[in-house]
Design a protein around this ligand. Structure first.
Ligand SMILES: [Zn+2]
Length: 72
């Protein structure tokens, strides 16, 4: 298979562009998923407004003031 100069130039311009677009889509998707997971684990204390993350469900204790907070 022989490429003309025009085909080669288009190939050299398009392949990196496609790779960059795919990498951008993957990066943004993973960032949005990580943020969604972090927000789902976040609890804000009802007394001292300290924000912390926990994987426990139900009632969790604030690490700063010890108040019981209900995780939704
Ligand atoms: Zn607290």
């Amino acid at each position: 298979m022989r490429l003309t100069l025009t085909e080669f130039a288009v190939l050299v311009a398009c392949v990196p562009m496609i790779l960059i677009i795919v990498a951008t889509i993957i990066s943004r998707t993973s960032r949005v998923r990580a943020e969604t997971r972090a927000v789902a684990r976040r609890v804000i204390c009802r007394l001292c407004l300290h924000a912390f993350e926990t994987t426990h469900s139900g009632v969790v204790e604030c690490p700063r003031c010890g108040a019981a907070n209900e995780r939704k």
